[in-house]
Design a protein. Structure first.
Length: 118
């Protein structure tokens, strides 16, 4: 889906998420990555096996901000968990995290992301 030609800029989406390109060049991007489909193993997002978020559209440079949060399907385990940025490319963010346990307490499902830049 893409919409353009008005003063609000261009809004679009694809299998990687959603984006909004403003007329001044600023881009907002957001989406969700299914960790279960990525086969990351027990060391999800480790330095030897980074989580790669492919953005819905590329930025003009790798100088942008990205924020992630992870979904936990075990409601009795109250922990917030964020990935750390390894490095950024114009259309990809490479992230690493901490080791997950055996799944009895913390079961990863999805990572939401929000990115802003030009």
């Amino acid at each position: 889906m893409t919409s353009s030609g008005n003063s609000l800029g261009e809004v679009g989406s694809n299998e990687r998420g959603y984006y909004w390109k403003l007329p001044n060049g600023m881009i907002f991007q957001w989406g969700q990555v299914n960790l279960n489909e990525m086969n990351l193993g027990s060391f999800a997002g480790g330095r030897s096996n980074p989580l790669i978020i492919r953005l819905p559209t590329s930025f003009q440079s790798a100088n942008y901000y990205i924020k992630t949060s992870i979904w936990n399907k075990n409601n009795s385990y109250g922990v917030d968990y964020d990935f750390q940025i390894e490095h950024l490319e114009k259309g990809k963010a490479y992230l690493y995290g901490q080791e997950f346990n055996d799944g009895t307490s913390f079961v990863r499902e999805y990572v939401d992301f929000f990115a802003i830049g030009q």
